[in-house]
Design a binder for this molecule. Sequence first.
Ligand code: ZN
Length: 152
Amino acid sequence: MAPERVEGHMLRALQEAQAAAERGEVPVGAVVAGPDGQLLAAAGNRTRELSDPTAHAEMLVIRRACALLGSERLINCDLYVTLEPCPMCAAAISFARIRRLYYGASDPKSGGVEQGPRVFNQPTCHHAPELYPGIGEPEAAAILKAFFAGRR
Ligand SMILES: [Zn+2]
């Protein structure tokens, strides 16, 4: 994928993270892009608003993109998220057959890709996306830091 396209989608995910912070949600944003790079879905966390512990940004964009395509698999689609996915979202990313996963900041506390259960490295994981960590990392980390500083 062209670098400017990657940056554009991550920028949109960062905007969704910022919008989530303004709604009082943990500031994480995500985007699903289709096979030719077009934006299919963008969302930020809505767990509080929806009273739904599964309403993480990644889950919301996967649901929307699947509904849009009328398929439970997002073949050749890419997912952009500002923070390393948690184990639940990593599993959903695998189930959806996401092609490439671009993410910003690592999440030592709740991540499920580089730490904790390392979902994609397990023998029970039947599809692992190509991983591109650290995309937009400083921006994603700054949004998270500002959010948690403001809550103290
Ligand atoms: Zn998650």
